[in-house]
Each structure stands twice: as C-alpha cells, then as structure tokens.
Design a protein around this ligand. Structure first.
Ligand SMILES: [Zn+2]
Length: 288
C-alpha cells in the first residue's frame, strides 16, 4: 500500500501545502463549497487519500499548472484535470510522467540533499490507475469555491502552458514554477532565444503588475523557502529585473552547480541579487 504520510501544512487560511517529500509541492485551496487542487506532484504516495481524508470532504477540481513530470506525475489517480492547451501534449516534453521518470526523479531529489524519507520508491510510486480526462484551462478562468475565488493566469516561460493562480480571500499568488530563486526557462514556441526571454519577461511583468492583489508568493517546490512559508518578497521583482537585464544585454553570467544533474555538472546562469535564471533553450551567455 502506498504511503499516506505526505506532510501538509495550512500556510494561509484554507490554503494547504502538501509536501511530496521535496519532489514537489501540491496546493489545495478550500472554500465554503468546493476546493481546488493545484498539481499532483510526481505521484509519490497516495495524494488523493491525503486530500480527501485529511484536508477536505468537499468536491474539488484538479488544476495542472504545467506539464512537467513532477507536477503531472500523480494525475493518473484523478478522473479529470484542467490544463492549458499549450501544455496538453504530455508526451511532447523531455520530462515524461512515466513510471521510470517518476522513480528516477524521486531518487535524484532525495540524493541531492542527503535526506532520509520514510518511503520506498518501488512501493510508493506505482503505475497510473487511468488516463485522466483533460479539460482546457483558460487565462482568466475563475474557480468560485464559495466565499473565495481562485483566478488562473497563463504565464508562459517555464513551459508554454505554464499557469499561476491568485486566491482573492488571502491575497496569495500560487506561482508554480513560473517564478522562484532558480528559474528554469524554456524556449517554448519562440522563434528565437531573445523572443523566448521577451515572452517570459512580459508574462512575469504582467503578474508583478497585479501585485496589489497578493502579498505572499508560493512556488511549487519549497526550495529556497521553508515548507509552508512564502518566497522572499523580492524574488518576483528580481526575476523580472534579471529578465530585463538579459533583454538589455547587461546580464551577469555565472557558472554554478546544477542541482538537477545526475553527474554533478555545472551550468551557466544569469544572476541578479538572490535569483538566477537558467535557459534550457540554448546558451544564455549568447544573449548578452
Ligand atoms: Zn516545472
């Protein structure tokens, strides 16, 4: 039987962060009538049981913020998921939600920080029960949960279909992988590297310009922040500045260890204060 011991914490009123043993964070926003689940992690353990038995007995929708394997890995344990059309093709990425990827990823994350977790990769990561039905998630889509609404915004950059969410009751931005101290940017559908950076800049500047609607930001891995704690306030504006410096050709480029490398390789990043940007579509230093 898969583990049911996924840690969770109510970080703001009715907003729960579920820790999938550092592989991913799953958020659940609970209203008076319904709940909204954001992402499904790598599919380690019985997430559905935790949601339905520990967090809420209300009906809920499941939103997939983007199509990476550490966010859709548990999608096959739910009937229906909402996902942006640009990220609907789950087999079109480097990171597939296949069993082999999910097990390898969990092992890598646990090795990375040398932590001990009470789970067994072979017992707790199993094949999907089904292929969920996909529904199209749209920019500006509002989930009315009763007493609170959660609005979805398309924010391409990390992936072409990346979405973020704002909870109006608490003023919380749930930004998934669209923003964090170590932003990974993809090329997506952009025709050039510069266009990819420009698209990401526009996306995140738009969300930053909505800042009167939120006062805390949570990304969907709790790297660079405590579990249940928000990102530092300057992370989003610093990422916007870092993208701007890339567009203006003034970015500072550095070599740093690649935390996701299985061979201990280094990678080139653009840095700005406490943030860094990795460009997965090409050589970031050529942009400067
Ligand atoms: Zn991702």
């Amino acid at each position: 039987m898969r583990t049911k011991r996924l840690p969770y914490y109510e970080c703001r009123q009715g907003i729960f962060e579920i820790d999938e043993f550092d592989c991913g964070s799953i958020f659940v926003v609970v209203g008076e009538e319904r709940a909204l689940v954001l992402d499904t992690g790598t599919g380690l353990g019985d997430l559905r049981w935790v949601i339905e038995n520990k967090i809420t007995d209300k009906p809920y929708d499941v939103v997939i913020t983007h199509n990476h394997g550490d966010h859709i890995g548990g999608a096959g344990f739910f009937d229906t998921v909402w996902v942006h059309v640009n990220d609907m093709d789950w087999d079109n990425g480097k990171v597939l939600p296949k069993l082999d990827f999910r097990k390898r990823y969990a092992r890598l994350i646990s090795k990375r920080e040398g932590k001990h977790y009470i789970y067994d990769v072979d017992r707790d990561i199993v094949e999907w029960e089904k292929t969920p039905e996909k529904k199209e998630l749209k920019d500006g889509q509002v989930f009315d949960l009763g007493g609170r609404t959660v609005t979805i915004y398309h924010c391409p950059g990390h992936t072409p279909g990346q979405c973020v969410a704002i909870d109006d009751l608490t003023g919380t931005l749930l930004c998934s992988d669209a923003c964090n101290n170590n932003l990974l940017l993809g090329k997506g559908d952009a025709k050039s590297d510069l266009e990819a950076i420009e698209n990401a800049y526009k996306s995140l500047k738009r969300i930053w310009d909505m800042r009167d609607r939120y006062d805390e930001v949570y990304n969907f891995h709790h790297d660079y922040r405590g579990f249940g704690s928000p990102l530092a306030e300057n992370v989003l504006p610093n990422i916007v500045e870092c993208l701007k410096s890339l567009l203006e050709g003034t970015a500072e480029i550095k070599m740093v260890p690649d935390a996701l490398s299985e061979t201990g390789a280094e990678k080139k990043v653009a840095v700005y204060d406490n943030v860094q940007i990795t460009y997965m579509g090409g050589d970031i230093s050529k942009l400067c």
